[in-house]
Every structure is written in C-alpha cells, then in structure tokens.
Design a protein around this ligand. Structure first.
Ligand code: HEC
Ligand code: HEC
Ligand code: HEC
Ligand code: HEC
Length: 142
C-alpha cells in the first residue's frame, strides 16, 4: 500500500495545481466554453446518434427568442391543416414524427427538427444555421 500512496501523492498535487491555475479548461469550462451540464436536446428517440445532441435550453431559448405561443413548435395538424388553437406540448415530437416518413406523417423526425429549427432561424435572421453550431462538440468528452 505505502509505495502506491507515495506515487499518487505528487501526481495528485500536480493535478490539483493544474486545476487551480485553470490549466484544465476542457473539463472546468474556464475558457468560456460549455461544460457538460449545459442544456442539450434529448436524443433518445433516435436509434442511432451520429452527432452530439443539439444545444437547446428550452425556457432560456424561448425567452430570448420572445416565443410565448407554445403551438409555434408544439403544433397539432388534422387532415393536412394546422389547427390554430391547439397545441401538443404534452407529446414529444417523436410521437407523431417517426424515424422514417409514414402514411400518418410525411415528415421524418430528424427532418421535422431541422425544418422547424432552421426555418425560424432563417426567417428571424437570428439563431444557428450550421451543423456544428447546433451539434456542438461536447467539451471534455462524455
Ligand atoms: C422553439 C420551439 C418551442 C417552443 C416555442 C416551445 N417548445 Fe416546448 N419543446 C420544444 C422541443 C424541441 C422540445 C423537445 C421535444 C422532443 O424531444 O420531442 C420541447 C419539449 C417540451 C416539453 C417536454 C419536456 C420534457 O422534458 O419532456 C414540454 C412540457 C414543453 N416543451 C412545454 C412547452 C410549453 C408549455 C411551451 C409554451 C409556453 C413550449 N413548450 C414552447 C420546443 C418548443
Ligand atoms: C400530435 C402530432 C404531432 C406532434 C406532437 C408534432 N407534429 Fe409536426 N406535424 C404533424 C403533422 C400531422 C404534420 C403534417 C405532416 C404532413 O403534411 O404529412 C406535421 C408537420 C410538421 C412540419 C412541416 C410543416 C411545418 O410546420 O413546417 C414540421 C417542420 C414539424 N411537423 C415539426 C415538428 C416538431 C419539431 C415537433 C415537436 C416540437 C412536432 N412537429 C410535433 C404532427 C405532429
Ligand atoms: C419560432 C422561431 C424559432 C424556432 C422554431 C427555433 N428557434 Fe432557435 N432561436 C430563435 C431566435 C429568434 C434566436 C435568437 C435569440 C436571440 O436573440 O438571442 C434563436 C437562437 C437559438 C440558439 C442560440 C442560443 C440561444 O439559446 O439563444 C440556439 C442554440 C437555438 N436557437 C437552437 C434551436 C433549436 C435546436 C431549435 C429547434 C428544436 C430552435 N432553435 C427552434 C428562434 C427560433
Ligand atoms: C438549428 C439547429 C440544428 C442545425 C443547424 C442542425 N441540426 Fe441536426 N438536429 C437538430 C436537432 C434539434 C435534432 C434532434 C435532436 C438531436 O439529435 O440533438 C437534430 C438531429 C440530427 C440528426 C439525427 C440524430 C443523430 O445524431 O444521428 C442528424 C444525423 C443531424 N441532426 C445532422 C445534422 C447535420 C449534418 C447538420 C448540418 C447539415 C445539422 N444536423 C444541422 C438541430 C440542428
């Protein structure tokens, strides 16, 4: 036991010193980059996940974007028409948008997200449009 502790001691001291001077930015987020606790989309509806989950902090996003009407995103359609006075915030998008387009819904899930997010960002002239701006690499692994 003893020799191990004697080796670990100095190693720990170096690591602690690095942490203290902020030389460990990827893990500590001290360079201003996102840390692991930031809000991202839940990707569990996809069977394969090829990209880091998209950045999306629901309430913060909608407040900054000035979106009060839930149905702008959580919509309800019937017979090919959008129902103006109804919203579907109790259902995940995947409840209606399958991984592949089907008879019930012509827009597959990834396409549904991309179309909704990007269309508004283009119209608003604000918000990310490029792959890496939404699917930003997660700092410090995970
Ligand atoms: C900019 C689009 C947008 C607007 C506006 C919006 N939401 Fe959402 N909301 C989303 C997305 C995207 C998700 C994630 C859906 C998914 O993963 O299938 C979500 C998820 C949710 C969830 C599920 C949360 C969870 O953890 O499962 C609730 C509840 C919700 N929204 C309520 C609301 C309410 C209430 C409003 C209006 C005050 C609103 N949303 C406005 C886009 C939006
Ligand atoms: C209750 C079922 C339902 C839910 C939940 C739902 N959708 Fe849809 N969505 C539809 C239907 C039906 C259509 C019409 C598709 C068609 O024409 O085949 C549609 C159309 C769309 C379209 C194309 C038309 C448009 O509005 O631009 C997009 C984009 C879209 N949905 C994104 C989303 C996103 C993102 C979510 C989650 C925030 C979501 N949908 C939640 C049923 C739903
Ligand atoms: C109805 C309009 C609208 C929709 C839909 C929308 N956004 Fe945005 N988004 C905005 C606006 C406007 C901004 C700029 C806000 C500001 O002024 O900072 C923005 C900004 C952002 C930003 C920059 C950081 C932040 O939170 O402000 C991210 C990331 C983002 N959007 C992700 C998404 C994703 C992911 C979706 C789809 C799930 C989405 N947005 C759907 C309007 C929208
Ligand atoms: C405005 C934000 C935004 C932009 C820009 C964007 N995506 Fe996405 N993307 C999303 C959201 C939201 C989802 C659904 C939740 C998730 O996977 O994070 C998604 C899902 C995906 C998925 C399915 C899930 C997975 O990881 O396999 C792929 C693949 C994907 N995007 C690739 C791309 C590519 C390639 C580009 C550029 C051409 C791109 N995205 C641009 C927001 C965006």
């Amino acid at each position: 036991m003893k020799p191990k502790i004697m080796i670990l001691g100095p190693v720990l001291a170096v690591l602690l010193a690095l942490g203290a001077i902020g030389a460990w930015p990827a893990l500590s987020g001290q360079d201003g980059s996102e840390t692991r606790s930031e809000s991202r989309m839940d990707t569990s509806a996809f069977d394969k996940v090829r990209r880091p989950a998209a950045l999306f902090d629901h309430d913060d996003h909608n407040e900054k974007a000035g979106l009060d009407d839930c149905a702008v995103c959580h919509h309800v359609w019937e017979n090919g028409a959008l129902l103006a006075d109804e919203s579907s915030e109790d259902s995940p998008c995947s409840e209606c948008h399958g991984l592949a387009p089907g008879p019930e819904n012509s827009m597959a899930l990834a396409n549904a997200f991309h179309t909704q997010c990007r269309t508004c960002h283009i119209d608003a002239g604000k918000g990310p449009l490029l792959c890496g701006q939404c699917h930003r690499k997660i700092q410090g692994g995970e």
